[in-house]
Design a protein around this ligand. Sequence first.
Ligand SMILES: [Zn+2]
Length: 301
Amino acid sequence: MALTRAHVLGGLLAVGTVAVGAAGQAPAQRATLPGLEKVKDNLYVIMASNPTPRSDFTGGNVGVFVTDAGVVVVDTKLAGYGPDIIAKIKAVTSKPITTIINTHTHGDHTGSNDGFPASVDIVAHENTKTNMMKMDAFKGDKAQFLPKKTYKDKLTLGSGKDRVDLYYFGAGHTNGDTFVVYPSLRVLQTGDMFAWKDAPLYDRSNGGSGVEHPKTMAKLLAAVKDVDTVIPGHSPLMTLKDVQEYQRFTAELLTVTQAAMKAGKSADDAAAGIDLTAKYPGYKNERTKAAIAAIYDELKK
Ligand SMILES: [Zn+2]
């Protein structure tokens, strides 16, 4: 079953009942984007906003890397923000936008691909392209805004100070999440493999896996060490220590969920008894129930 944008956003919007608009429709009153925030030298971020209330939600964090050859944009927020993103980039550089990297398929990371010139090279993991092809937003004429370049394990763009490394280490949030590393700046952009300090969203319809997620994060940490600054999917800047802690969090969430299942508990009962926030200061417990339900769904198969 193809996941509609309403499903995706519904999933992103914490637990409980939060009204979302009809699939594919931008909110009537669109929240304005913040300006570019400098991360390091030629790297900026257009910060994510809170997914709740819905009217404030603009999508995930967007990376803007100004290289000699042109600007690399990592993720494109919800639909309708293309002109805003381009205007904000034009305020800091006259270089052309040459490349978009989509960290994964969700509409709050790919929504404004169609707001960029068709000449822009769009890059994503091969599974993400497959997932994006299922989305109404990329059907018909809009297929030109699907990734043109895909990769399987690793892809390097540019060289020297302009180098960008794309890594795929396995499933987690979806089955096609890219980690973006800017080696010269010692910065890692995680997409929604590390979106926030709360339980992850496991999008089972797009191959997401709470069983694989801790392993995938461990592979990332084993391979990518020369990083100070981390751009998460939907949170302010963090450090590699936060990613290490998150890997432990996801592993523990899986372990306690598996134990609850073994003890014969329902997913709801398991969720009622699981709260890791005391052990992980600063973490929220708003998405635990949904993550546990997804892990149950996966383990039952
Ligand atoms: Zn996502």
